[in-house]
Design a protein around this ligand. Structure first.
Ligand SMILES: [Zn+2]
Ligand SMILES: [Zn+2]
Length: 199
């Protein structure tokens, strides 16, 4: 995958309180730390773009690592996952964004969007990898454009999770992937309990 860093955009320089891998850290809610990667900075410098990507993150669909997925995102995931594992990030699940995210071609990125002809837009989407370390959930999101995936967001999620015995899936907020038991004992996540009947 292309990991060529883009030069930082001087116009939008913000104080960085982290390593140079990330140019901005936000706290969308208590316990959730969102780091914006330098690599895709030209695509996230404007608030409107960060909102677009944050909305797309909420619509990422998660799958087990061995799940069969569509070929195009699947091929990119098959390249990203070993890279992440070599870097010490052992993902529990992989995610595929459902939202298309349009951007002008790279050489037109610094022009006002409404002045760029629609023919010069490319359609991207997000891919995600999620890792669980004790009770902290880490998610790396990649913005895929013309077959290249670049890290765009790295989330550290320390928001509280339910007490009790949880599968790794439920502890990682991937309730849809919960298999229901941990070493033969039932997962105690509230997501397993039947919905109370409406009166
Ligand atoms: Zn659950
Ligand atoms: Zn569960």
């Amino acid at each position: 995958m292309n990991s060529t860093p883009h030069p930082p955009d001087k116009e939008h320089t913000q104080p960085a309180d982290q390593t140079s891998d990330y140019w901005l850290t936000e706290y969308p809610e208590s316990g959730l730390e969102r780091n914006w990667a330098e690599l895709r900075r030209p695509y996230t410098a404007e608030m409107v773009d960060r909102k677009r990507i944050a909305a797309a993150i909420d619509n990422v669909r998660w799958h087990r690592l061995n799940a069969a997925v569509a070929i195009s995102p699947g091929l990119i995931l098959r390249a990203i996952i070993p890279e992440a594992q070599r870097a010490g990030f052992q993902p529990l699940a992989m995610g595929i964004g459902a939202d298309p995210i349009d951007y002008p071609e790279p050489h037109l990125l610094d022009q006002p969007r409404r002045e760029v002809h629609p023919d010069y837009f490319e359609t991207g989407y997000l891919l995600g990898l999620r890792r669980l370390v004790r009770r902290t959930v880490f998610s790396a999101y990649f913005l895929v454009l013309t077959d290249e995936a670049g890290l765009v967001v790295f989330d550290r999620d320390d928001r509280p999770i339910p007490e009790g015995l949880l599968t790794n899936a439920c502890a990682a907020r991937l309730h849809e992937l919960c298999k229901g038991t941990v070493d033969g004992s039932p997962c105690e996540c509230p997501c397993r309990q039947p919905e109370p009947k409406a009166s």
